[in-house]
Design a protein around this ligand. Structure first.
Ligand code: FE2
Ligand code: ZN
Length: 359
């Protein structure tokens, strides 16, 4: 039985299952070769070419497909499998850390040369938001080599490959031996880098253990306990700045950004880069209340881990989710870390391409 409704088409499959489908969606997604660019599989049909109150002349359903004839005589055939596939929710691929979480380790040469090893590592990265690559060369700019797997380096101001060592002229607290509270880098960009690689070239200093924190898991816990404070941190914008004599980066953004489904998409948290808010604004008092509650929770959150990053090890972190930091450096042994940035879309691309290539 087929009953045409304005803007919707109600169908019933022969097995009794029914569905209401948007008329314009159906016209827009006709899979035929006239409506697609066959060479590229892109859409060729354009929605503006039909009227808003468009409706079919004829609709037929059998076990396998829905067939629609449109007023201009065009016929569309939609396999049931195609319609069902488009109705599947997009699965989230991340999982919050457990209390005893430690990142998975993967061998550097295996990651670069063996597709199966790389696929497993990227799956762990998408799930956990972090992996550690071990046995990497202790040579400067080794991070450039990761571009064959992680996609092109996301270049930012200051340095293409950033050097982090104790430096009295350094522009960031990371260049001192002070402890670094959990943060993500470049909160001062409107789109901060979404993947960060931290390569320890040499670590002969005592102390300075690395800390990692699952920001999204911590925010989910914070949200269920303090929904109003969570909403405040989604609403009130905060200025962030990172600069030196030659560079100036600045943006204002809320600490928590949600995707259109309401899931946390970007956590921007950097004590060192945050700038004064307007002290006269009522929003500022609200913000500080929420920011204080969150920051205290982050100190004690179960969603964190700490470990020593040795020379030849590289942390790769999904930096819109995972915050990094370090404990204070206790002795002045040589310690040299390099940072480079990549983009999460490109890392996901690697997994898709490798799956395709390896069946
Ligand atoms: Fe950092
Ligand atoms: Zn068509």
């Amino acid at each position: 039985m087929v009953l045409a409704m304005p803007n919707m088409i109600d169908i019933q499959w022969p097995d009794g299952q029914s569905a209401a489908l948007s008329t314009l969606w159906l016209r827009d997604n006709c899979p035929c070769s006239d409506c697609r660019v066959t060479q590229t599989q892109e859409k060729r049909f354009h929605i503006a070419s039909v009227p808003l109150d468009y409706s079919p002349d004829l609709t037929e359903v059998d076990a396998e497909q829905l067939v629609i004839r449109w007023p201009e005589g065009h016929e569309s055939r939609y396999p049931r499998e195609f319609l069902m596939g488009c109705a599947q929710p997009i699965k989230q691929d991340w999982q919050p850390w457990r209390e005893d979480f430690l990142p998975q380790y993967v061998d550097y040469s295996g990651f670069l040369s063996d597709d199966r090893t790389a696929m497993k590592a990227i799956q762990a990265f998408l799930k956990d938001g972090v992996i550690v690559i071990k046995n990497a060369p202790q040579v400067v700019n080794t991070l450039e080599g990761l571009a064959s797997r992680l996609g092109p380096v996301r270049e930012l101001l200051f340095e293409r490959i950033h050097n982090v060592q104790v430096d009295p002229k350094g522009y960031n607290v990371a260049h001192t031996n002070l402890p670094l509270p959990p943060h993500n880098d470049f909160a001062s960009y409107s789109w901060p880098p979404s993947v960060q690689a931290l390569h320890m070239l040499v670590n002969e200093a005592e102390g300075g253990r690395s800390t990692l924190l699952d920001g999204w898991a911590a925010l989910d816990a914070f949200r269920s306990q303090f929904p109003e404070e969570f909403a405040t941190l989604c609403r009130v914008t905060v200025p962030f700045r990172e600069f030196d004599d030659n560079n100036e980066t600045f943006t204002t953004a809320p600490m928590i950004q949600l995707d259109p489904s309401g899931n946390v998409a970007l956590f921007r948290y950097s004590n060192q880069l945050m700038q004064p808010l307007n002290p006269l604004s009522a929003d500022t008092a609200d913000f500080y209340h929420a920011y204080h509650v969150l920051s205290q929770q982050l100190f004690d959150t179960p969603f964190q881990c700490r470990f020593r990053l040795d020379g030849g090890q590289i942390i790769v972190a999904a930096s819109h989710r995972v915050l990094h930091g370090r404990e204070a450096i206790e002795t002045a042994g040589k310690r040299h870390l390099q940072d480079a940035y990549f983009e999460h879309d490109n890392v996901r691309n690697l997994l898709t391409v490798l799956k395709r290539k390896n069946g």
